[in-house]
Design a protein around this ligand. Structure first.
Ligand code: AR6
Length: 173
């Protein structure tokens, strides 16, 4: 059985098969979750990324996790939000699908996503989270090996949005 959950955490602390990095097309590091992943994984991650020669928006590439508790990092490049009429939604969806495709290919059992594109790239969190949850749900509904997905949120506000979409929000009393 596959599973879906949201939690609030620093993604670099998660001991899953792979964590996803919200990278840029150079794959040579940056700020936000990308910076945190490179710091925690150590300099060998940058070396491995250099060998990948970049990544297009919507695509994904995998490296080892080096010093991370996660075995692998799947690097993907989300779209920059430009108002919503430049194909951003389709590109964001493609990011999730590309990562899931690699996870299936590598027969991974657990995968954690940050909220792609919703930091420096400015994608509105509600819309991005809807795409993330719908896309992952759809992919898990196709018969294949079990895969445990974590939506790793950095803020309480983001977590509340994911929990509402997953139907796991704490009930108000
Ligand atoms: N763990 C989990 N989530 C995190 C962490 C962390 N340690 N740190 C930040 N977030 P961003 P983007 C959340 O800006 O919008 C980089 O410079 C953050 O709160 O990291 O896809 C790249 O090199 C937000 O919800 O990624 C690119 O140039 C989410 O991660 C560019 O930023 C994504 O925010 C990519 O921008």
């Amino acid at each position: 059985m596959s599973s879906l959950r949201a939690l609030r955490a620093d993604i670099t602390t998660l001991a899953v098969d792979a964590i996803v990095n919200a990278a840029n097309s150079s794959l040579l590091g940056g700020g936000g979750v990308d910076g945190a992943i490179h710091r925690a994984a150590g300099p060998k991650l940058l070396e491995a990324c250099r060998a990948l020669a970049g990544c297009k928006t919507g695509q994904a590439k995998i490296t080892p996790g080096f010093r991370l508790p996660a075995s692998y990092v799947i690097h993907t490049v989300g779209p920059v939000w430009q108002g919503g009429h430049q194909g951003e939604a389709a590109l964001l969806e493609r990011c999730y699908l590309s990562c899931l495709h690699i996870a299936r290919e590598k027969r991974l059992r657990s995968l954690a996503f940050p909220s792609l594109s919703t930091g420096a790239y400015g994608y509105p969190i509600h819309q991005a989270a809807q795409i993330a949850v719908a896309c992952v749900r759809q992919c898990l509904s196709v018969k294949d090996g079990p895969l445990d997905i974590t939506f790793c949120c950095f803020s309480a506000a983001d977590l509340a949005i994911y929990e509402a979409l997953l139907g796991t929000a704490p009930q108000a009393v």
